[in-house]
Design a protein around this ligand. Structure first.
Ligand code: URA
Length: 189
């Protein structure tokens, strides 16, 4: 049976879309293979591309601080992105890029089999096949999804860059994070 390292090795040499051309490093994701919660972001930014690690730039620091304020350490979870390579100038990933990268995400989720997927923002929600016009239609609700015949529970919230820029959204973001983590107190370590 494959493990997360097998998937990461494939991601690191992936050439399935043009995002591979300018990348310094693909960013497969990192964290606990036995995590009960997987967090999915959008795509690597500049710092992530340089270091090959997810959420280590400004919005990553904001996310880590928000999690720590709730007593959650990043080592307890697995964090990845909808798209594993940095889009030029930090543009939003295109629909086709999300679709091309999706099998990697599904393989990671099938290995970990988390109790809950926390999707940060619209790209993450799209990568899970959730349909919506506005984030407000799907935000803060537990949604059942099926990926490759497997059932998962998912909660969608803002991408951390939004509450980072707009302090008025911070309470709502923290409420969603605590809703996610309160629903699964027995995180593996
Ligand atoms: N934003 C994301 O969505 N993912 C990262 O890894 C960094 C910033």
């Amino acid at each position: 049976m494959e493990n997360l390292t097998d998937v990461a090795k494939e991601i690191e040499k992936c050439t399935l879309c043009d995002l591979c051309i300018k990348r310094n490093n693909a960013v497969p994701g990192e964290g606990n293979e036995r995590a009960r919660i997987v967090i999915i972001g959008e795509a690597p930014g500049k710092n992530e591309d340089i270091q090959g690690r997810p959420f280590i730039g400004m919005s990553g620091k904001f996310l880590s601080k928000s999690l720590e304020s709730l007593g959650i350490n990043r080592s307890m979870i697995f964090i990845t992105n909808a798209v594993k390579c940095r889009p030029p100038n930090n543009r939003k990933p295109k629909k086709e890029e999300i679709i091309t990268c999706r099998p990697y995400l599904i393989r990671q989720l099938s290995i970990i089999q988390p109790n809950l997927i926390l999707a940060l923002g619209t790209s993450a929600a799209s990568s899970l096949g959730i349909e919506f016009k506005h984030l407000s239609e799907i935000k803060s609700r537990f949604i059942d999804i099926t990926l490759d015949g497997r059932q998962f529970k998912c909660l969608v919230t803002f991408h951390p860059s939004f509450p980072m820029r707009f302090p008025s959204a911070r309470r709502a973001f923290l409420d969603d994070l605590s809703m996610a983590f309160n629903s699964y107190k027995n995180l593996s370590t």
